[in-house]
Design a binder for this molecule. Structure first.
Ligand code: MN
Length: 258
């Protein structure tokens, strides 16, 4: 507590984790909870405290979000097409119904508790689906000549995105930037809760932001966490998100300690 009696602590950013269940030589089939370390590293470079969550039930999702100041959604499995009322496409990749259920609960809670949310790749796609949008189950269904599953190492940018002037993401990246790309799915119909703010040159939506100014929710299709060591602008995305969370904490009368 500081002299004015307000709670004072570093912003807590929760990261719903993934569960490794397949056999690997290292873990010998033991299920392992995990998240890509780039998210943790990027957040530790700010004044935030990252917390990785195990896949849990919906009641816990509510309690985790109550503890959190911000939410970061990571990449991973394909979103179950069942969630947008489609049958599985021949090219659908592995899905995790348990992760879908838990992260859906996290996203809805973050929205209703008005906690800032940054969603990457699968998280970006799931956030769109949770609020009524849908996906291309495989980008082969779209006429694109752009490679969205890059064969170049994943810490290298491959395709350009144009960003909407005045958007939050353009404050980080400017109006055009080159990003990495590791997705075979993409946003088809956009949820009415969001507006598109970034596109690749084939017209695919690569960035979205909440329509409601009081609701800080940002999603992006690329993987900034894999580029933080090769491109300082990718780290500055996380810096900007944590700054947004700090400001939100002040509005909620929690003083972030620097
Ligand atoms: Mn892409």
């Amino acid at each position: 507590m500081n002299e004015r009696g307000k709670a004072m602590r570093k912003p807590i950013i929760i990261i719903p984790g993934n569960l490794l269940t397949s056999y690997t030589e290292q873990f010998k089939g033991i299920p392992i909870n995990y998240t890509p370390n780039g998210f943790v590293k990027a957040l530790l470079r700010t004044n935030a405290t990252p917390l990785i969550l195990p896949i849990s039930d919906e009641q816990r999702a509510k309690e985790y979000v109550e503890m959190a100041d911000g939410v970061l959604l990571a990449g991973g499995q394909d979103v179950s097409p069942h969630l947008y009322h489609e049958e599985p496409h021949l090219k659908l990749g592995a899905t995790s119904p348990e992760r879908d259920t838990f992260e859906t609960a996290i996203i809805k809670e973050a929205w209703s508790q008005k906690k800032p949310m940054l969603a990457v790749c699968r998280g970006f796609q799931l956030m769109n689906v949770v609020f009524g949008g849908n996906l291309y189950q495989d980008l082969e269904d779209v006429s694109t000549s752009i490679q969205h599953v890059q064969t170049t190492p994943i810490d290298k940018p491959v395709h350009s995105v144009k960003l909407s002037p005045g958007s939050w993401l353009s404050g980080v990246y400017g109006e055009e930037y080159r990003v990495n790309s590791v997705h075979h799915q993409g946003i088809k119909d956009l949820s009415e809760n969001f507006r598109a703010v970034a596109w690749s040159k084939d017209g695919l939506v690569e960035g979205i932001e909440s329509m409601d100014k009081d609701q800080k929710a940002i999603g992006l299709q690329w993987h900034p966490e894999l580029m933080i060591d090769s491109d300082p602008i990718m780290q500055s995305l996380f810096d900007a998100f944590v700054e947004l969370v700090n400001n939100d904490m002040k509005n909620r009368n929690v003083t972030p300690s620097v």
